[in-house]
Design a protein around this ligand. Structure first.
Ligand SMILES: [Zn+2]
Length: 274
């Protein structure tokens, strides 16, 4: 599942590789998928997009937005997005395929669930999209210590750190995947209550959010996810399903896995205290 670092990497790679290309053909909703979401009728995407030139890409949280003329394309966090040069074998199953004049293609497909949308600029009123656009990115200067501390209030005090950081789009793009290493680096347990943090703890957590996410983005995303060319990122994920049961990189205690709040948490009982 792509999250904030991977979305930032995809946008950068699209800007380097796809910008300037003209869309020749569009195939939308070719492979039926119950949990692939579209804006409006996907069969209208071809008339919206054909002939348009890709002019840029940007990421909002875990979403990637591409501009094509006066239209926007939006891919949300459960979508695999890949670029294929002319002649490369394309996947059989996909939910959105753009073919360019040069013969290369951009293909999106959903694994578990995800959104693939095309819409005229300004027309998408999806709540998650608007929130992700409005809130500051942890990779930006606007996401500073004062902003982070403003997220701690009487409503969030009773939340666990997993719920505080990774639900309700409080920090768009910070999902259950990147959460694990953020909390290991801060030496805090996922079930620790947000209201139990001292001012110093809040600072430690803020630093870990910024540093962990920027480290992941600089290294091309996590090694558990693939980039625009199908290559895994170079950030070595410390806590994930791949490292559960293995020694903690800090203290060698075995990493625990536990179901919590609709997803697994991974933690070290020695390093991360409630
Ligand atoms: Zn440890």
């Amino acid at each position: 599942m792509i999250e904030l670092p991977e979305a930032a990497v995809l946008a950068k790679q699209i800007n380097e590789t796809v910008v300037g290309k003209r869309i020749r053909d569009v195939i939308a909703a070719r492979t039926p998928h119950k949990l692939a979401w579209y804006f409006g009728d996907p069969h209208e995407y071809k008339s919206l997009l054909a002939g348009k030139v890709i002019s840029g890409a940007t990421s909002y949280g875990g979403q990637v937005e591409i501009t094509a003329g006066k239209a926007k394309l939006l891919f949300s966090d459960g979508v695999n997005l890949r670029y294929y040069d002319k002649g490369e074998k394309l996947p059989d199953k996909h939910q959105l395929l753009l073919e360019f004049d040069s013969g290369s293609s951009l293909v999106g497909w959903v694994q578990m669930y995800g959104g693939l949308s095309a819409f005229p600029e300004g027309k998408n009123d999806n709540k998650y999209y608007l929130i992700a656009k409005k809130r500051p990115s942890p990779l930006s200067g606007d996401f500073d210590g004062n902003y982070f501390k403003s997220l701690f209030d009487e409503n969030t005090a009773k939340l666990s750190l997993k719920a505080f950081l990774a639900t309700e789009q409080r920090i768009p793009g910070l999902g259950n995947g990147v959460l694990q290493d953020i909390l290991l680096s801060a030496k805090m347990h996922p079930k620790k209550k947000a209201g139990a943090l001292s001012a110093d703890d809040q600072q430690v957590l803020f630093d870990s959010v910024k540093n962990t996410l920027s480290d992941m983005a600089v290294k091309g995303g996590r090694d558990t996810e693939n980039d625009l060319f199908g290559k895994p990122g170079a950030y070595k994920t410390k806590l994930s399903k791949k490292t559960a049961g293995q020694p903690c990189p800090e203290c060698r205690t075995l990493i625990r896995k536990e179901a919590y709040l609709g997803g697994s948490i991974y933690y070290c009982v020695e390093c991360q205290k409630i």
